[in-house]
Design a protein around this ligand. Structure first.
Ligand SMILES: Cc1ncc(COP(=O)(O)O)c(C=O)c1O
Length: 457
């Protein structure tokens, strides 16, 4: 790896964004459309993106390491996708009739995954997991769904259980996790149908299945902890879970919203060599357009259309379906995923070298296309482990990187996302340079007893 030149702190203008924030606060709670991007007066208002870069309303340019929380797998404004979408959308976008692009999307999804026999499009990952859960309940005649602590499956009531507390004691005793609703407004009757479990903990899962398996329709799992820097399964975890679910007649839902068409053409199921029963897909399948789907085994999906409700005015809309067709074709026919993997590995290697040189204990988690950096002496294996990492240091680095022209998510739980376009130009070196300089600034701030405060200056 070439030596990285230090990345200086830039003068990041904020005037227009602050003005927009104040304006937005007038009519939008938190000044945005999502709690996850409500960052007070640091809320970012975007102007545009191209390739692996994003520009905010004040004209500041960043290497984008968030990529919209993962969907933009090829790069912002990818002409191959956008040209096709533009051509198709001129024929009209919403008919509540079915287009060839929808059929083609599902054919491609089945071809790339290799294990999905039938699927339907939705507009968001939230809808996809909601429908997969309903289909699982309908097929098995059972009520309960098991989910892992710290895993995020969207914003419907059944998904918002034991997701992201900072204080791990809220999740209950490690031997008897309690279901924790995220925020008010989720009826107990709904929350009580969700049973939290601990990722990578097979003994706990077996005990749970022995106790309540007769009433458990499915276990939904994000193959890696995408909401905790992509913590990976222990060797054999998915295989053992697959066997356990079969033993108890419980369906296995792979939530591939983040991992699908990213870890491999066939997603995490291919990467880990697992054949789930149902899967949910979104994000990378549309390069940022709102395309999503749920699907799985033919016999299970055959509860649709007669026995289970599913619909949606915008399900399979022209824009999403066209984007999915083109994106999935590119993922199938080009070496985009190899490029992404190599780029991620190059960034990881640079970061590892910087951290080793400074003797800092760390673990790089996840897949090269979607990874995290955790400051810890021990290998994290579940969400609760995040609490024991030095996330103050990580957060300070993330803030410092932003001041140096690279934008990871400010919350240390969210992984960095790599897109195909990050391979272009000096992007890899820029990211490593920004990381190294931000790291040094954070360590200096810590030495002064100032960590937690802005480290950019
Ligand atoms: C694994 C997983 N499932 C489901 C969702 C929900 O998807 P959406 O935000 O499209 O509703 C997300 C979103 O980040 C996710 O990461």
């Amino acid at each position: 790896m070439a030596a990285q030149s230090p990345a200086p702190v830039r003068d990041v203008a904020r005037a227009r964004q602050l003005e927009m924030y104040r304006r937005a606060l007038g009519h939008m709670p938190g000044g945005t459309d999502s709690n996850f991007r409500a960052w007070g007066d640091a809320t970012i208002y975007v102007d545009r993106g191209k390739g692996g870069r994003v520009w905010d309303m004040d004209g500041n340019e960043f290497v984008d390491l968030r990529m919209g929380y993962g969907p933009v797998i090829l790069g912002h404004g990818d002409d191959r996708v956008d040209d096709y979408v533009n051509e198709r959308m001129r024929r009209g976008v919403s008919f509540s009739l079915t287009s060839e692009d929808e059929v083609r999307t599902i054919e491609l999804l089945c071809e790339l995954t290799g294990w999905v026999d039938m699927a339907r499009m939705t507009v968001s990952g939230t809808e996809a997991t909601m429908h997969a859960m309903r289909v699982a309940r309908a097929y098995t005649g059972r009520t309960k769904i098991v989910k892992f602590e710290g895993q995020y499956h969207g914003v419907h009531d059944y998904a918002l259980i034991s997701v992201a507390p900072d204080d791990m004691s809220q999740l209950g005793d490690p031997d008897a996790p309690v279901r924790l609703a995220w925020g008010r407004g989720i009826p107990d009757a709904v929350a009580d149908t969700i049973i939290p479990a601990r990722y990578n903990n097979l003994e706990g899962l077996r005990r749970l299945f022995e106790r309540e398996g007769h009433d458990i329709a499915a276990i939904i799992v994000e193959p890696v902890l995408g909401n905790a820097q992509g913590i990976m399964p222990k060797p054999g975890f998915h295989q053992a879970m697959r066997e356990l679910t079969e033993e108890f007649g419980i369906l296995l839902i792979f939530d591939e919203v983040k991992t699908g068409f990213r870890f491999a053409r066939g997603g995490a199921a291919e990467y880990f060599g697992i054949t789930p029963d149902l899967g949910t897909f979104a994000k990378a399948m549309g390069n940022g357009y709102p395309a999503a789907a749920f699907g799985g085994r033919r016999d299970i999906m055959s509860v649709l259309p007669d026995k289970v409700s599913h619909g949606g005015t915008y399900a399979g809309n022209r824009v999403a379906a066209a984007a999915a067709v083109r994106t999935l074709e590119i993922i199938r026919d080009t070496d985009a995923l190899d490029t992404i993997r190599a780029t991620g590995e190059a960034i990881q290697a640079g970061i590892r070298e910087l951290l080793e040189r400074r003797g800092l204990a760390h673990v790089i988690t996840g897949h090269p296309s979607m990874f995290g950096i955790m400051f810890t002496e021990t290998d994290p294996s579940e969400y609760r482990d995040w609490a024991n990492t030095d996330h103050e240091l990580y957060d300070a680095i993330a803030v410092g990187m932003q001041a140096r022209g690279a934008m990871p998510e400010p919350d240390s739980r969210e992984p960095w996302f790599i897109c195909e376009a990050h391979a272009q130009g000096d992007t890899v070196d820029e990211v490593i340079g920004a990381f190294g300089s931000a790291l040094d600034a954070a360590l200096e701030a810590r030495a002064r007893g100032e960590l937690g405060q802005a480290t950019a200056h």
